[in-house]
Design a protein around this ligand. Structure first.
Ligand SMILES: *Cc1c(COP(=O)(O)O)cnc(C)c1O
Length: 374
């Protein structure tokens, strides 16, 4: 028997979640964001369930080639644009749309020989200070692109730093509006948090009717929501947003230990039993992508019942509390996150929160040695 750890992708959940994003931004076209190998789910594994998307947005040229190899003829957007001049040849050949966020990328385009003029997304740095032209430099960048024969169409783009939090997006929407007001072209602003929290209603109040239209028209970029996780956990949960987990990481109990009061568990003896108790040893460790920082108390499902991690996560194993789970033992199903065969759901957001990180990191970190269910 192979080691019992298994990752499962739920196509029904992917379809459902993409539909939820559509409902929140009904006038927009939706990019399914599939960077980082579809947030660890696998591009090929997700493609069929996501093909109702209006386009696929990603980072790596290699991933763009994989989407084209699946015979996707629709839009593909490189979210960071090209990394070196020769990448533009692939953009021409595969008809990739690409972000332009710095003047070097415009220089490369100006020197690029092509019969296929490109569609580009000019990115504004509206306050996050990661990628994009400052408001002061934006118009000049637009004018340069607009004068290039290599450019067919210019769309306008920005990214929010606080769509999931208290600061919100109004200040960045205002900066975007001011910098782009009379420029033509389609717009794309919203990530998952902005789609769920702002696209439908809130902005009507925050920034006025016109901004609302701008926000929910044209294109939105649905990343983590597509995979069924709440971008603003723990303020809101995936269930609050009507999202379903698209990935289950499951394994089995491979051994049981009976502890007496005073016995300790695992490396560093970080857990001590206060009374007699049973623990299960699970075939899943940090070499599978389970977070080593998940402390005692991190939730886990055994036979569909919620219990907790005890002691330190090791490379290939983690121990779980079987108190009150008298029927559980070797062979019992363990769900590290996602859906149990018994029906219960353990949101990856809760596991991430316990480990001091976010769901994105856990989903992307599922290790290559973990097999995926067919
Ligand atoms: C990753 C990414 C997204 C998607 O973000 P989520 O929070 O996962 O929805 C959207 N836009 C850009 C530019 C990104 O890099």
């Amino acid at each position: 028997m192979p080691r019992p750890i298994l990752a499962t992708v739920h196509a029904d959940a992917l379809r459902h979640n993409l539909q939820r994003a559509r409902e929140r931004a009904p006038d927009a076209r939706v990019w399914a964001v599939v960077k980082a190998n579809a947030y660890g789910h696998g591009i090929e594994r997700c493609f069929d369930a996501l093909r109702s998307a209006d386009g696929f947005a990603l980072l790596d040229l290699e991933e763009a080639q994989r989407i084209r190899a699946l015979d996707w003829r629709g839009p593909v957007l490189l979210l960071e644009g090209v990394f070196e001049p020769r990448d533009l040849e692939l953009c021409s050949r595969l008809h990739l749309w690409h972000t332009v966020h710095c003047s070097e990328q415009i220089d490369w385009l100006a020197a690029h020989k092509t019969h296929q003029p490109h569609r580009v997304f000019l990115k504004l740095n509206s306050g996050m200070n990661r990628l994009g032209f400052t408001p002061a430099a934006f118009r000049a960048a637009w004018a340069r692109l607009n004068a290039l024969p290599q450019v067919e169409e210019i769309s306008l783009m920005t990214h929010f730093s606080d769509a999931d939090g208290a600061r919100g997006i109004a200040h960045q929407v205002a900066a975007f509006e001011a910098a782009t007001a009379d420029l033509p072209g389609e717009r794309t602003l919203c990530n998952s948090a902005a789609i769920l929290r702002h696209a439908a209603t809130a902005l009507r109040v925050e920034a006025g009717e016109q901004a609302t239209e701008r926000l929910s028209a044209d294109w939105v970029r649905s990343g983590i929501a597509t995979y069924g996780s709440a971008p603003d956990h723990p303020q809101r949960t995936a269930a609050d947003w009507g999202l379903q987990p698209a990935m289950t990481l499951s394994s089995r109990v491979i051994a049981v230990q009976q502890l007496q009061a005073g016995d300790t568990v695992g490396y560093g003896s970080t857990f001590t039993a206060e009374a007699p108790m049973r623990i299960g040893v699970v075939a899943c460790g940090y070499a599978d992508g389970y977070p080593r920082h998940a402390p005692t108390g991190t939730p886990v499902l055994v036979d569909g019942v919620r219990t907790r991690v005890v002691g330190r996560v090791s490379m290939d194993m983690v121990m779980v509390d079987l108190s009150g789970l008298d029927a559980a033992g070797s062979g019992s199903e363990v769900v590290l996150w996602g859906r149990s065969a018994h029906g219960a759901v353990l949101p990856v957001d809760e596991v991430a929160a316990a480990a001091g990180t976010i769901s994105y990191e856990l989903l992307c970190a599922v290790a290559a040695r973990v097999p995926f269910a067919a």
